[in-house]
Design a protein around this ligand. Structure first.
Ligand code: GLY
Length: 566
């Protein structure tokens, strides 16, 4: 069954192919500021805010709201995310605006009386929704670091929603792909803007008048414009009509949290990343320390040894993720031990350069195919030296596919990021246990890895990507491409990527990632290789030693993305 799914996936990958894989210039250079996002309209909004004298944090707020309109499959106001911040004076901070389980949630809410996991309920429809964090997150970010008026930051999104945006080919196709699923979850509703009588075409105008009104309420009343008043009324009524469990009390209680940044050392760089409830920072630092220990730079890029060692490191790191990581407000995550040299020396000590280990021996489990890779990341730096990396998500494409009737926004399906039953995989094939079990008001574990790299006290990289479980390994590869293989910014982003995650015991590879000889050598060692059309969509800023600021969008994998510098 699983084998069949993989074969279909493989054929699809070959059909979709990588027409996108020609090496394209995606760079923008600037000394006064840089914005890189998944959609050129959102990048323009961010750059405009910087030009008007706003700082990187103002621009981030405006971009988050703009993406909710121009990139509805992952941009959001009813999802959540994480921000990693480095201020111009060299201080670090992180903001956790991850969704939370509702008060009425409980550990076995997706398990039936016979003990069967009801995976679907955690992924589709109203019961899959976590209490949204994005609007409170943006209010907190603006309160602490913003420099221009809140109203101004909402206006571009309001204009896009009211005047309409021209659909790109990618967006039109994506909406068409999800048409049936969106219809199923919204039957009986009058105005669902994400479907129409015929299929969408490139150039069609997408109007979102209900979303415009919601954004205006947020513009006027900030946090209260979403978690109270008419928006809350519409949201709760939507949830109740669909037998969901989020209440007004959940909305009132939601608070984004400032958390101390997770800082690790790798070679002569500082890695500043997201602590739990994201697994991203811990896993990234573990992998980078492993790359340093095994001197990856001594093996050629895309050599058998390069991919074999990465895979072996990833197996162990994702097994740790499944066992030890969860919301630190509910579970005592052993963060410092997990990233300590002593622990990692021991953890990686059984990796052999010429022998594959068996994931089942590392730890038992059972998983399914990885299904969806949506989320979105943006990176912004301003002329003063402030930088922010934000990864934000509805989880799946268009979240749980439910549009709040009368309010025009999509709801997340983030509850699937909990471990709904020990050993049962989520949509990304990730498993977990107690650390990530459902509890009321707990945050679900994430893989989002917004990251900043510093060298000798200077900003060097601001980076991140969507991609579910592949986020961590894509960020990892971009850093080692720069630091171990000394690639240019453009090469770092363009280079083909691979991914492995303990379970399934497989390596996913992009087209052209390896030559046939390397593939055969890896397969002879016992590695199972699965072709994928693409992995991740980086949105990176690189600051060169000479001070040049280079923005790199991942246009070979997603042609709507754009870096704008000035
Ligand atoms: N929803 C994907 C993640 O947070 O990792």
């Amino acid at each position: 069954m699983m084998k069949k799914a993989y074969s279909i996936l493989l054929i699809l990958c070959l059909l979709i192919g990588q027409s996108s894989c020609d090496q394209k210039e995606t760079i923008s250079k600037g000394s006064d500021g840089m914005v890189v996002t998944a959609h050129f309209l959102a990048s323009e909004v961010g750059a405009d805010i910087l030009k008007q004298g706003g700082n990187a944090f103002d621009a981030a707020v405006a971009v988050q709201f703009a993406l909710a309109v121009v990139y509805p499959r992952a941009g959001n106001i009813a999802g959540g995310g994480f921000a990693v911040i480095r201020t111009a004076d060299g201080k670090y901070n992180t903001l956790d605006f991850r969704e939370k389980a509702p008060l009425a949630a409980y550990e076995n809410m997706y398990v039936d009386s016979s003990g069967n996991a009801l995976t679907n309920l955690g992924q589709k429809g109203h019961l899959a929704v976590g209490v949204p964090g994005s609007v409170d997150g943006m209010c907190e970010l603006h309160k602490k670091y913003g420099s221009i008026q809140w109203e101004k930051l909402l206006q571009p999104a309001i204009d896009f929603a009211g005047n309409g945006i021209k659909l790109t080919e990618l967006e039109a196709n994506k909406l068409n792909d999800y048409r049936e699923r969106i219809l199923t979850q919204n039957s009986g509703k009058k105005e669902i803007r994400y479907v129409k009588d015929t299929l969408f075409l490139k150039g069609d105008i997408l109007l979102q008048p209900e979303l415009k009104e919601t954004l205006k309420r947020i513009q006027l009343d900030e946090r209260e414009g979403f978690y109270g008043g008419k928006t809350a009324e519409l949201l709760i009524s939507e949830i109740q009509n669909g037998n969901g469990i989020i209440t007004n009390e959940d909305l009132k209680n939601y608070k984004a949290v400032w958390r101390e940044a997770l800082v690790g050392k790798y070679r002569d760089c500082k890695i500043i990343s997201m602590p739990p409830p994201s697994s991203g920072g811990i896993a990234l630092i573990q992998l980078l320390k492993g790359a340093e220990k095994f001197e990856l730079r001594n093996y050629g890029f895309a050599s058998m040894e390069h991919f074999h060692i990465m895979t072996e490191l990833e197996r162990r790191v994702y097994a740790d993720r499944a066992t030890w990581l969860g919301d630190p407000d509910f579970y005592d995550v052993p963060t410092s031990r997990l990233i300590s040299d002593v622990y990692l020396d021991e953890r990686f000590s059984d990796i052999s350069i010429d022998k594959k280990s068996d994931s089942q021996e590392i730890k038992a489990g059972e998983v399914n195919v990885i299904e969806s890779f949506e989320t979105t990341h943006f990176s912004i730096a301003d002329k003063a030296g402030n930088a922010i990396a934000i990864t934000t998500t509805l989880n799946g494409n268009y979240g749980c596919k439910v549009v709040v009737d009368g309010a025009g926004f999509l709801l997340n399906n983030e509850m699937d990021d909990f471990s709904i039953k020990p050993g049962v995989p989520n949509q990304f094939g990730l498993v977990g246990g107690m650390a990530n079990a459902i509890q009321p008001e707990k945050r679900m574990l994430s893989s989002m890895t917004p990251t900043i790299v510093e060298k000798d006290g200077e900003l060097r990289m601001v980076l991140g990507t969507p991609g579910g479980s592949t986020i961590i390994t894509s960020v990892f590869q971009n850093i080692i491409n720069a630091m171990e293989f000394e690639m240019t910014p453009q090469e770092c982003v363009n280079a083909p990527r691979i991914h492995s995650q303990w379970l399934p015991d497989e390596i996913y590879i992009e087209p052209n990632a390896i030559d046939n000889v390397t593939r055969e050598r890896l397969e002879k060692m016992g590695h199972v290789i699965i072709d994928m059309s693409k992995i991740g969509m980086m949105a990176n800023i690189f600051v060169q030693e000479n001070g040049d600021v280079i923005g790199c969008a991942d246009t070979i994998r997603h042609k709507d993305s754009k870096a704008i510098g000035y």
